[in-house]
Design a protein around this ligand. Structure first.
Ligand code: PEP
Ligand code: MG
Length: 928
């Protein structure tokens, strides 16, 4: 297959004589489309075309392209051309197969599946066994000599069709099925015989009539048209929309629909169905990896309802099929030059390939597979750089369980997605979400028998997922790996009872909110709340991989870190300096906060200076720690920025306490003393005077809009002694460590400036104090004074500000806030609707709004450098660690990005990929 040449997508293949080509046929050894046409055919359709062209055993069929879906979304109907082309393709399929859809002794049955450009596992709808009706079910029974199989296929069709096409609740069918099992005293579904299933079919038809107000359609062509349109509609179901939002997939793409001749994995013990990977998707190990079920249909494997068997068992049961499968998948991997995720079915001993695509994998697996493939000569080092999504490197930073002391392993499941998770158990997605709503810091483990796409919101808030059923390719496993979240799947010894909110394992019962610990790397489920250990970022494979990527990188990568511990961590992850040290965060320590509060509450300069004097040595010590950790690298320290209310008691609470004070006994007064100790209250006898005084100061400081209020450089301008103290602490610390031999480069950063004069005012204080300290200590160090660009006005007059500022750092959190006029703390009230309505594609506080805020960044950079050609420019808002935003910063010619320590690796790779993409003229690792 490696020798097969691929036809390029060309414009003419998209056109028929009459207009758009909507339907692409595949079968009989050739296909209209090819593997490159993912935009048009979706991932699945492109894969089917490619496999067909390569001569693989693929059941024939046709793909209705994504444009038909987009049309359907626009007009609520498809054009006549789509119907006509679909009928022509169906006629072609019937001719090739020598069968008629749902007719005759050997009826053709088809599957109707969704398939978008980007894989969205289980989010959209599928219909199997289409073409069955009251007549063709008889023919199928005769032909397969298996009336039970025929009846089971038919009842599955009515159920799926009823649910997906006619919008009937699944439970309406489940009720019928469960009652029949009870009535027949059947334990398993498979215990129901053909006669019982025929009774189920009769009742299912009644369910359809009752809920949909019409009969189940007996005309196979009508079934096909209705199923196609339902699959188009499923592009816009809630879970698909939700999945696209999380994975940043555009709502405009639409899905293709694949109609394909059915093959049956449930014709008896010479039939099977399975899924697999050419390498281990969790670890990247080079091993044939997969699962199958004898006598089953595809959805039984993927949905995780039955726990499948390891693929190596297939060698014992069907050695020829196994060999053929190995051979085909090895060729597929060579052909696509990437790890493949494939689906197959064996019908009566004959192997069919249903799907292949590049497999999703963990970050650790992505790095390992990339390294292996370079060694195997499949790809170049340059291509390898693009085989890892920058966000995936987070997997190297996931924690492990701290296993000191005795631990009680309750059971072992499959290590579906690595890392560790410790949390309280919840049994439904809604309960998990409610727990997190109640307490933002709640650590939740979602425990389910199996997950389905409906659980996605619970999975998103959970720290980890535990399921009692399902394999490594079950829904839970695939989705959590994509989310980089710990998952243990198929822990069969656990009994989960969603109704009573309990799980039982090894004779013990666990209730809602009990603590457990999960190890997603080994599959162990451990009783109780273990500690977690920080991960290792010096894995040799990671270092080798980064060693290939890093030489391309142009952007510097720094970290936002406020305390020495975080600075040390950041340096270990490869940070080349600190891009933002938020000095107010240094005051959160227990011994510092009372002085900070005293400083804010002071209503005259003398008191303020007294409080600042106490803060000075503490702040100096913190700076010393950070400078030592960053020896040789620059450290950007921002002067005080926060809105003052963050450090004050809440006004309403204070009023209540004043009102209640006369009614309080000694014990209650004592508790008030400790509540207000940080505000200078020392004894109960102080309360009567101190609380009203505090209230009056709080009222003086009260602001209607603190984010736009007395914060940023406005603090240092109104209270210059604050900037003086901070500058003194910075330079005294710098000189002290310089005397130890540490190479120190402080960059003092003034927040929230909007005018040149603000910058000049604060810059002058910093420079004056620097000179004073250098003189006193008889030593000087190199330093710079610059500003944050966080206001649109600052971007507009950047050429002016750059006269005084030696560097700029974009505070894109505030810049996004002030450009959109969205409050960054309250935006979540509107954001979900904005995203659901497509008004915004992404959260602009997470992914930089290149179109709007980005313009200000570009403009300020250009204007600033017009004044000062060597102006150093960076970014330190949250966007500094987000891959698309990093790519934007690279394009805009910034000097560095700065992000939280845990995103440093991601930023390094994103920056390297952006530069490599320029230099190598490649996109996603392939030539542009
Ligand atoms: C910013 O506004 O982007 C920034 C980094 O500052 P802060 O988040 O502290 O306001
Ligand atoms: Mg800010």
């Amino acid at each position: 297959m490696a020798t097969t040449t691929m036809a390029e997508t060309d414009a003419s293949s998209m056109q028929t004589k009459t207009g758009t080509k909507y339907v692409y046929f595949f079968g009989g050894g050739k296909a209209d489309g090819n593997g490159k046409m993912k935009d048009v055919l979706g991932g699945k359709g492109a894969g089917l075309a490619e496999m067909t062209n390569a001569g693989l055993p693929v059941p024939p069929g046709f793909t209705i392209q994504t444009e038909a879906c987009r049309e359907y979304m626009r007009r609520n109907a498809v054009s006549k051309d789509v119907d006509r082309q679909m009928e022509e393709a169906l006629a072609h399929l019937e001719q090739l197969q020598g069968q008629k859809l749902g007719k005759g002794d050997n009826p053709l049955l088809v599957s109707v599946r969704s398939g978008a450009k980007f894989s969205m596992p289980g989010m959209m709808d599928t219909i199997l066994n289409l073409g069955l009706n009251d007549e063709s079910v008889e023919a199928l029974a005769k032909r397969s000599d298996n009336p039970r199989f025929a009846a089971d296929s038919y009842r599955r069709l009515i159920q799926m069709f009823g649910n997906v096409v006619l919008d009937i609740e699944k439970s309406a069918f489940d009720e019928v099925f469960d009652n029949k099992k009870k009535q027949k005293k059947a334990k398993l579904d498979t215990d129901l015989d053909a006669k019982a299933l025929q009774e189920v079919i009769a009742e299912y038809k009644k369910v359809v009539k009752k809920h949909a107000g019409r009969d189940f359609p007996q005309d196979p062509h009508e079934q096909l048209v209705m199923a196609r349109d339902a699959v188009f509609r499923s592009w816009n179901n809630d879970r698909a929309k939700h999945y696209r939002r999380i994975n940043n997939i555009s709502d405009d793409l639409g899905t293709a629909v694949n109609v394909q001749a059915m093959v049956f994995g449930n014709l008896g013990d010479t039939s099977a169905t399975g899924v697999g990977f050419t390498r281990n998707p969790a670890t990247g190990g080079k091993e044939f990896y997969g699962e199958f079920l004898l006598n089953a249909q595809g959805e039984d494997v993927v949905s995780g309802v039955r726990t499948p068997v390891h693929i190596l068992e297939l060698e014992k049961l069907m050695p020829d099929v196994y060999r053929q499968l190995r051979d085909i998948t090895t060729r597929l991997e060579k052909h696509y030059k990437d790890m493949q995720d494939f689906e197959f079915t064996v019908q009566d001993g004959k192997l069919y390939m249903l799907q292949t695509r590049n497999g999703k994998r963990t970050g650790i697996a992505a790095v390992r597979v990339a390294l292996q493939m370079v060694e195997e000569g499949l790809i170049t080092k340059e291509e390898a750089i693009f085989r890892v999504e920058p966000n995936q490197l987070y997997d190297y930073l996931v924690p492990r369980l701290d296993e000191k002391g005795k631990i009680e392993v309750l059971t072992k499941g499959l290590p579906a997605s690595p890392g560790a998770a410790v949390g309280q158990i919840y049994f439904t997605a809604d309960d998990a979400v409610a727990a997190v709503h109640k307490d933002k810091k709640a650590k939740v483990i979602l425990v389910r028998a199996e997950t389905t796409p409906e659980d996605i919101h619970g999975m998103e808030v959970a720290k980890g997922i535990l399921t009692s059923r399902g394999g490594m390719t079950s829904h839970a496993a695939v989705v959590t790996r994509g989310m980089g979240k710990c998952c243990v799947a198929g822990a069969g010894e656990i009994e989960v009872n969603e109704k009573t909110r309990e799980m039982r394992v090894k004779g013990q019962t666990f209730k809602e909110a009990d603590w457990i610990s999960l190890d997603g790397t080994t599959g162990r489920v451990i009783k109780g709340k273990l500690d977690t250990l920080d991960p290792k970022s010096d894995d040799p494979e990671l270092l080798k991989f980064m060693g290939w990527a890093e030489p391309f990188r142009k952007l510097g990568v720094r970290a936002n870190a406020d305390i020495p511990r975080d600075a040390i961590q950041a340096r270990a992850f490869g940070a080349e300096g600190i891009g933002l040290c938020r000095t107010e965060h240094m005051f959160f320590g227990e011994e510092k906060i009372p002085h900070m509060r005293a400083m804010i509450l002071a209503n005259n300069e003398k008191d303020r200076r007294a409080a600042l004097k106490k803060l000075l040595p503490m702040q100096r010590n913190d700076f010393i720690g950070v400078f030592r950790a960053m020896d040789g690298f620059p450290v950007t320290i921002r002067t005080l920025d926060p809105p003052l209310h963050e450090f004050l008691p809440r006004r309403e609470e204070l009023m209540v306490d004043i009102d209640m004070l006369p009614h309080y006994d000694a014990r209650q007064k004592k508790s008030l003393v400790s509540k207000y100790r940080d505000y200078g209250v020392k004894a109960a006898s102080d309360l009567k005077k101190a609380l009203p005084a505090l209230l009056s100061r709080v009222e003086q400081l009260h602001e209607f809009n603190p984010m736009l209020g007395h914060r940023g450089c406005r603090l240092g301008i109104t209270y210059p002694e604050i900037t003086e103290m901070q500058a003194r602490a910075i330079f005294e610390a710098a000189v002290a460590v310089a005397k130890e031999g540490v190479k120190v480069h402080p960059e003092v950063m003034i927040p929230l400036t909007a005018t040149l004069k603000e910058m000049a005012n604060q810059g002058a204080i910093v420079k004056r104090v620097a000179e004073e300290v250098f003189k006193e200590k008889e030593k000087s160090v190199p330093y710079m004074v610059g500003t944050m660009i966080e206001l649109p006005r600052a971007a507009l007059v950047a050429n002016e500000i750059a006269k005084e500022a030696e560097f700029f750092s974009f505070g894109t959190n505030d810049l996004t806030q002030t450009t959109f006029g969205f409050s960054r703390d309250d935006v979540n009230k509107v954001l979900p609707t904005y995203i659901a309505e497509g008004i915004l594609k992404q959260d602009p506080f997470a992914v930089l709004d290149q179109e709007g805020v980005g313009q200000l960044v570009e403009m300020a950079t250009e204007r600033g450098r017009r004044t000062r050609s060597n102006l150093k420019v960076g970014i330190c808002g949250e966007h500094g660690g987000e891959p698309q935003s990093v790519e934007f910063c690279h394009r805009t010619g910034l000097n560095y990005v700065s992000c939280s320590p845990f995103r440093v690796l991601t930023a390094r790779l994103a920056a390297a990929q952006a530069a490599a993409s320029d230099q190598l003229k490649v996109e996603g690792g392939r030539t542009k």
